[in-house]
Design a protein around this ligand. Sequence first.
Ligand SMILES: Nc1ncnc2c1ncn2[C@@H]1O[C@H](COP(=O)(O)OP(=O)(O)O)[C@@H](O)[C@H]1O
Ligand SMILES: N[C@@H](CCC(=O)OP(=O)(O)O)C(=O)O
Length: 267
Amino acid sequence: MQMIDWQRAVIKVGSALIAPEGNGCSIRYLLALAEFIQHSVQHGKEVVLVSSGSVAAGAGLMKFDLAQQVSIPQKQALAAVGQSYLMQHWQKLFDNQCAQILLTRSDLESSKRVANAKNTLNTLLQMQAIPIINENDSVVIDELVVGDNDNLAAQVAVMCDADLLIICSDVDGLYNKNPQLHADAQLIEVVETIDDSILQSAGITTNPIATGGMKTKIQAADTAMQAGINTLIVNGRKAATFEQLKQTRQTGTLFFAASSRMNSMLN
Ligand SMILES: Nc1ncnc2c1ncn2[C@@H]1O[C@H](COP(=O)(O)OP(=O)(O)O)[C@@H](O)[C@H]1O
Ligand SMILES: N[C@@H](CCC(=O)OP(=O)(O)O)C(=O)O
């Protein structure tokens, strides 16, 4: 087990945690996570949150069943409805002020926009506000198809020079096969190299409100590792996860970036 120390983390929260009932916003799995973030900020650490959930929140408000066929324009409209509700939901969980930033992949391909977003993020963190990022779903379609807040979170981690990317999901980490489908699946605790066996282990999701599954989480970990940033895939449904993290103890699957600043300090 590795010690997990960090100064600036990007924490990604998937729809599976925000809407365990299949739509709407629930605090059920967010209380322990929010308490961990608040505790970290009070101890001088910096947290950027990447939150999915606008489509599920919008579906709850507009009485849409996401298990049924929903068109892309309908999803975009649900995201527009749900995003402000999602932000209100987060704000209720924090003493610190929350701040919304909506990004698209093309924003991150523009050096000018990246520089602007970086300045905004750094200023918000200095103000001890909690930046909450989501895809700007109403103006893009690719991300809604592949469900890519995992990759967005990795790009944000690189952009803001984070030490750690934490991807919170509904399973204990990356298994050698999908644990929702295979009772004998085994948790992989540390990944040092993303090789074929790791890529093959990662399946898609079985959850109708989520997208991407482990595939996009591994892509995200790869992006972060290449930038020297450690990634943890953890079970955000378990309060114990955040107790472990508070004590700088590893939980879930660690994608270990050998060249990271934190790791060279620990070794
Ligand atoms: N090898 C694997 N290990 C763990 N989970 C896997 C694996 N392959 C596929 N999955 C699926 O990925 C899901 C998590 O991703 P996803 O449903 O997209 O959640 P989120 O909304 O948190 O992004 C798990 O619930 C599981 O069904
Ligand atoms: N941007 C979309 C979520 C896309 C996404 O990546 O979803 P998830 O796989 O649950 O992290 C939303 O806010 O509903």
